[in-house]
Design a protein around this ligand. Structure first.
Ligand code: FPP
Length: 247
């Protein structure tokens, strides 16, 4: 990562929709699984690149609630990749002072994977160099509906005044409670969609879309996205700095 990136405006929270593994493999005459396997290699390297760039919070979308609709063999393979990823990389991530968390409905996962996730989360709970969220079996609408349901139950029980439900209160019920909203969301592989990812949290996020397929995503692609981000004029509904200065 070049020196200049340490001086430019960085996202506090970067989120990535890692797309294109299947196409990467198909283009090479390989099975889709090979694309996912390569995707994990890219994920591993990207975590290092993101830390190197000085970013403190990273969320990776690796399995959506809708991905259960894929062939069973592919779903099983993705599950086994998650399991192997935790088994092989947890010690290293912990050594790098990374806090690992999983975002998503874990009750649908196997007891073995749930246990591994819990172990990863408790082992790294006090780590501070990078907050790494792996969104797995994640769907933003489900996350929002679950939060609404919990708040409604409290209101019915009389422990919560419905009038006190502000965006802040609602946000603190989401799986991302305590994390900053994503400032930048990157999606690879030339798809221009959000696909049920961080819908609430991305209200003011900047988006960067690249044609690069996830397995081909490198530090240079990251640098390009960060440099585009640094040039964006983020107004959050207000006026740009330039316009504010004029008045
Ligand atoms: C999108 O490619 C990618 C996924 C659905 C899974 C992303 C998963 C990884 C990077 C590896 C898994 C990592 C962990 C930690 C479990 P796609 O299959 O939708 O590609 P396509 O659009 O080209 O078919």
């Amino acid at each position: 990562m070049s020196q200049s990136h340490q001086q430019q405006e960085l996202p506090s929270h970067l989120a990535i929709i890692m797309d294109g593994n299947g196409r990467w493999a198909t283009q090479r005459g390989m099975r889709r699984q090979e694309g996912h396997r390569q995707g994990v290699e890219t994920l591993r390297q990207s975590v290092k690149d993101v830390m190197q760039a000085g970013i403190k919070c990273l969320t990776l979308f690796s399995f959506s609630s809708e991905n259960w609709n894929r062939p069973k063999a592919e779903v099983n393979f993705l599950m086994s990749l998650l399991q192997r990823f935790i088994e092989s990389d947890l010690a290293d991530l912990h050594g790098q002072n990374v806090r690992v968390r999983m975002l998503g409905r874990r009750q649908d996962l196997s007891p073995k994977i749930i246990k591994l996730i819990e172990r990863a989360e408790s082992l790294t709970a006090d780590n501070t160099s990078l907050q790494l969220q792996v969104a797995f079996n994640y769907g933003a609408r489900e996350e929002i509906a679950d939060a609404a349901s919990r708040l409604a139950r409290r209101a019915v029980a009389g422990t919560l005044d419905p009038a006190s439900i502000t965006p802040e209160v609602f946000g603190s019920e989401l799986l991302t409670a305590g994390l900053p909203d994503p400032d930048l969301i990157i999606r690879t592989s030339g798809e221009y969609r959000i696909s049920n990812f961080l819908l609430w949290q991305s209200a003011y996020a900047e988006f960067f879309f690249t044609e690069t397929l996830w397995p081909d995503f490198t530090a240079d692609d990251l640098a390009e996205a960060l440099s585009a981000y640094a040039q964006r004029d983020r107004r959050f509904g207000g006026l740009s700095n330039q316009k504010e200065r004029e008045h």
